[in-house]
Design a protein around this ligand. Structure first.
Ligand code: ZN
Length: 422
């Protein structure tokens, strides 16, 4: 995942001020004066933290949270890409239903526009309301230290920004424009600074996002010592957060997730599409390929793709197997090819895009398994049987005491036995 690093000046100034000012070390108040704070819910994403990284022996703080609360194998939604899954985690819908069907996509309703991970035009996102919009509308203050879509003026129907913004939408009360240069310590400190505010101005729902495990996983591969070190570094930030919350006497329900795992790739495991150059329009290639045949070339392209291939299978969008829950959305291309984990689809040889790790494969493959750990006053202790990540948003609704929402693809069933009675 590569986000364009755009900086909203105001947001960055806020971060810089927060970082330049050391936290005020007030003397601890006498015990009788400690304010009884209601719990804050903090949703933390460690991008591309594969489920088994938890067993590498370098994440004692995540392991401790799992021992205090709940953990279990979580399946991402298809495709196992960053933006589709982050939007699923906060909406409870599969990508086919929430509309973020890839990190890159096109929409017949908006010709000449291409969605990328920098796209903040609300129409791309408006099909499903994220949890922070639901919370803000219920009077619950929210804050996001990054999350895909959290910079979007959700619900705005304006298609072109006016003076750089979209009118009429809803955002988290506090949010920051994504900027990879804001380091992990600054991200944690920003959350703690928000919680240091007077009660009336504190968020009760917060998101926190760490990208380094994903970046290092693409560059060095999931089995590399670099990934193990990155996992340890993020774990240290979890400790800083937990200690900072304790110092504030701030109870918190922490829900720690990843969006997908990571599969080891190599320039020796490459599948060329090998189609004539003038026969198709490619939207994306890699672990999967999404493409539209050009007019008059449909039969030629279908004949080439819809036959058996080693390490790859292709379908017309309507014929993608039902278990992927993918293929109805108008933003999905006419033809879709999926590689086996560890393999990469390219347009032709020899121009293999070479990374050592990739994701986007079958969401039920072991390589794509995602992290899930949750702990705090709302949780009992236990291991949750395998579940799909569409169930996380309904869990967040429970934690925020929002009523159940009809029409979602998931529900809170996997977690009910593990929630403390209210
Ligand atoms: Zn990701």
């Amino acid at each position: 995942m590569r986000w364009t690093t755009r900086i909203a000046a105001a947001a960055l100034i806020g971060v810089l001020q927060a970082c330049a000012t050391p936290p005020v070390q007030a003397p601890p108040p006498p015990p009788a004066a400690v304010e009884a704070r209601p719990p804050v819910t903090i949703l933390i994403s460690i991008d591309a933290f594969r489920a088994d990284y938890l067993q590498r022996g370098v994440t004692p703080n995540l392991v401790r949270l799992a021992a205090q609360g709940i953990t279990g194998p979580m399946r991402p939604s298809f495709p196992s890409k960053t933006f589709p899954n982050h939007w699923t985690l906060v909406t409870g819908l599969v990508p086919d239903h929430h509309g973020i069907v890839g990190n890159r996509m096109e929409d017949p309703a908006h010709p000449n526009e291409t969605f990328t991970t920098a796209s903040d035009a609300p129409y791309w996102w408006n099909a499903a309301a994220p949890i922070w919009v639901e919370a803000e509308k219920a009077g619950i203050r929210t804050g996001t230290v990054f999350w895909p879509g959290a910079n979007v003026a959700w619900g705005s129907t304006i298609t072109k920004p006016d003076h750089g913004d979209y009118a009429g939408g809803t955002r988290p009360r506090d949010w920051l424009q994504y900027n990879q240069a804001v380091n992990d310590t600054q991200r944690v400190d920003t959350v703690l600074d928000w919680l240091r505010r007077p009660a009336a101005n504190r968020p009760r729902f917060v998101t926190l996002y760490f990208d380094r495990v994903d970046v290092v996983g693409h560059e060095h591969g999931p089995d590399s010592p670099e990934v193990t070190r990155a996992a340890a570094a993020v774990d240290a930030q979890i400790r800083a957060l937990v200690e900072g919350l304790a110092a504030l006497h701030q109870p918190a329900n922490l829900v720690v997730v990843s969006d997908h795992g990571m599969s080891e790739t190599s320039d020796t495991r490459v599948i060329p599409l090998g189609l004539p150059k003038d026969s198709y329009h490619l939207i994306e290639a890699g672990p999967f390929a999404a493409l539209n045949p050009l007019p008059g070339k449909e039969a030629l392209v279908e004949q080439a793709l819809l036959r058996p291939h080693p390490h790859m299978e292709c379908w017309r969008k309507a014929e993608i197997p039902a278990r992927f829950r993918y293929g109805n959305n108008p933003r999905i291309a006419a033809l879709f090819c999926l590689a086996e984990p560890r393999w990469m689809i390219v347009e032709k040889l020899p121009d293999a895009p070479f990374t050592r790790g990739e994701h986007g494969y079958d969401n039920r493959s072991a390589d794509m398994a995602a992290l899930f750990v949750a702990a705090g006053p709302a949780f009992r202790h236990g291991t949750v049987p395998a579940f799909d990540n569409v169930d996380v948003a309904p869990l967040l609704r429970d934690l925020l005491a929002l009523p159940p929402k009809a029409g979602l693809d998931g529900d809170d069933t996997p977690f009910r036995a593990f929630l403390q009675p209210r």
